[in-house]
Design a protein around this ligand. Sequence first.
Ligand SMILES: [Zn+2]
Length: 110
Amino acid sequence: MRVKSGVQLSGTQFEMRDACLCYGAEMRSLGGQPEITSGSEGAHGDGSYHFYGYALDFSIKGLTLGEQRSIVASMRIFLSSFYDVVLEDDHIHVEFDVTRAKLAGYKKEF
Ligand SMILES: [Zn+2]
């Protein structure tokens, strides 16, 4: 998978692996080029999971709106309910909601 120039991936948490795998497979199946467009760098909102390695943004370049929605729908099915998958104007934002996971008794595996 491509990583956009300037994207900071150090500190990305293990939980984002499934999001990458799912997005990559879906994007390739539509003939698109999978690319991570944001990690922990950049301007995100205060307290954003991006800063803690629990959120990534993915490219939707070259996809129709229907295809974008299709990827989002597939990711919501594939990923557990601890993940939020949001279709933004020019990317898909995926985060692992640590608070929700902890409340549900999720134990981090190493
Ligand atoms: Zn994001």
